[in-house]
Design a binder for this molecule. Structure first.
Ligand code: PGA
Length: 246
């Protein structure tokens, strides 16, 4: 399995900033094929990103979706809309969606199943809060999130990516240690094997990944990629992370 290095831009970059980003980023990773690369801009930049990515192997993803195909859901964006823009991945269940926008495990499950129905790969994010880790609940929280989000998706598990993103490590500058990531990733992989023994699922680490620590995460046996927020906003730093194992 090639590692997947994914950028989550969150609510950053206008259309013109998106174009300028790819003008710098694409030459830096051209011809590098030791990792799969995914960029998830905001909805408004998808069309510009798609144009810039034409002919490149960098995949395009969205940060959210609705589970219905169309209808009276003001402000929402559906999978048929995203697919027409060349989107092949959608981040589902990001901790900011869970905690700032109150997304439930049930809603996340609906979104994940909708992605699979449309042939789009969900990147399912799970992770514990600081107080949950301190209370020794990390495995329990991660297991509950995984089981609920993946309910009904067991057969299609090889079309899913999972991202372990401890909430306390996101945007804080304090990542998990590579050993902490390895421990939870190994647990996630054993759970995924239980759900579908035949599925090969990449498990990405996310939370304060930077050029200086990317390699140490990727060297862990159960870490199959990275989901990068802040450090993906700068094309040079994201390119360094993509090539961390070079
Ligand atoms: P961060 O964000 O790299 O800024 O910690 C990661 C994420 O939220 O996916």
């Amino acid at each position: 399995m090639k590692p997947l290095i994914a950028a989550n831009w969150k609510m950053n970059k206008t259309v013109s900033e998106t174009r300028a980003y790819f003008e710098r980023f694409l030459p830096l990773v051209e011809g590098y094929d030791a990792a799969d690369v995914l960029v998830c801009p905001p909805f408004t930049s998808l069309q510009a990103a798609r144009e810039m990515l034409e002919g490149s192997s960098v995949a395009l993803g969205a940060q959210n979706c609705h589970y219905e195909d169309a209808g009276a859901y003001t402000g929402e964006v559906s999978l048929p809309m995203l697919k027409e823009l060349g989107v092949s991945f959608v981040i589902v269940g990001h901790s900011e969606r869970r905690h700032l926008f109150n997304e439930s495990d049930e809603l996340i499950n609906k979104k994940l199943l909708a992605c699979l129905r449309h042939g789009v790969r969900p990147v399912l994010c799970v992770g514990e809060k600081k107080e949950e880790r301190e209370a020794g609940l990390t495995f329990k929280v991660v297991e509950t999130q995984l089981r609920l989000a993946l309910s009904g998706a067991e057969e299609l598990l090889s079309r899913v990516e999972v991202a372990y993103e401890p909430v306390w490590a996101i945007g804080t500058g304090t990542p998990a240690t590579p050993e902490q990531a390895q421990e939870v990733h190994a647990f996630i992989k054993s759970l995924l094997k239980e759900l579908n023994p035949n599925a090969e699922v990449r498990v990405l680490y996310g939370g304060s990944v930077k050029p200086s620590n990317a390699k140490a995460f990727l060297e862990q046996p159960a870490v199959d990629g990275l989901l990068v927020g802040t450090a993906s906003l700068d094309p040079e730093s994201f390119a360094q992370i993509v090539k961390a194992l070079e």
